[in-house]
Design a protein around this ligand. Structure first.
Ligand code: SAH
Length: 215
């Protein structure tokens, strides 16, 4: 692909995100900077700039770019934030967050995905992401509290341990609902006195599973 073709492809990608309702200039800039093609393998790499989820290793998927952008926007990340992502997958969402936050911790239950994501972060020079193999339903207590938490797998309810690891004033975005149905993206805000919940939009994610995967 020539430089001109690549520029054209990115322009169309950003245009598509805008038409899906993404307006935040910082989020759009992050989506422009991070090459989604670096996070998908083989024949699927050619489709990296389509607004569609794609298969990755371990039977998982990289989310649809417009969903990544809208979730990132809803998270209201600021440059001083320490962010936790649950469900590293390909690492794409973490890479987008890394452009907006001070530091990103991302956890994944499939070890091979963690190894692959780390290699991609190294290749792209993304030094403020720490990827770890862990069961994210319990969060990452040793690094808590977090300013922002983004869950990229569907939970039946916003997980209690994650709510507890949110700083007061912090925000968590989490898909809530049964795994075989359409889920609702929920925004949780921790206040001095408790938690506030907002339902944002319907989404579809793989389920948040307990325990480490066996490979
Ligand atoms: N954010 C990813 C896509 C997420 S797909 C990306 O940008 O590519 C959801 C991921 O959540 C899957 O990789 C799945 O293995 C992981 N997952 C599910 N339950 C988990 C848990 N309890 N802890 C950590 N990761 C989990």
């Amino acid at each position: 692909m020539t430089d001109a073709e690549r520029a054209e492809q990115i322009m169309r990608f950003i245009y598509a995100l805008r038409s899906k309702g993404v307006t935040d200039a910082n989020v759009l800039r992050a989506m422009e900077r991070i090459d989604r093609g670096a996070f998908v393998r083989g024949t699927f790499a050619a489709r990296a700039y389509e607004d569609t989820p794609l298969p990755i290793a371990c039977g998982q998927t990289i989310s649809q770019p417009s969903v990544v952008a809208l979730m990132t926007e809803a998270l209201e990340v600021t440059p001083r934030d320490k962010v936790l992502e649950v469900g590293t997958g390909s690492g794409y969402q973490a890479a987008i967050l890394s452009q907006l936050a001070r530091r990103v911790y991302t956890v994944e239950r499939h070890r091979p995905l963690v190894a692959e994501a780390r290699a991609t972060f190294d290749r792209l020079g993304l030094t403020n992401i720490i990827a770890m193999a862990a069961d994210g339903s319990y969060g990452l207590p040793e690094q808590a509290p977090f300013d922002r938490i983004l869950v990229t797998a569907a939970a039946e309810d916003p997980p209690g341990p994650l709510k507890q690891q949110l700083r007061i004033g912090g925000i968590m975005i989490v898909p809530v609902g049964q795994s075989d149905a359409v889920q609702t993206l929920v925004k949780v805000r921790r206040t001095e006195s408790g938690f506030e919940y907002d339902e944002l939009r319907p989404v579809r994610f793989v389920p948040l599973l307990e325990g480490m995967a066996r490979e």
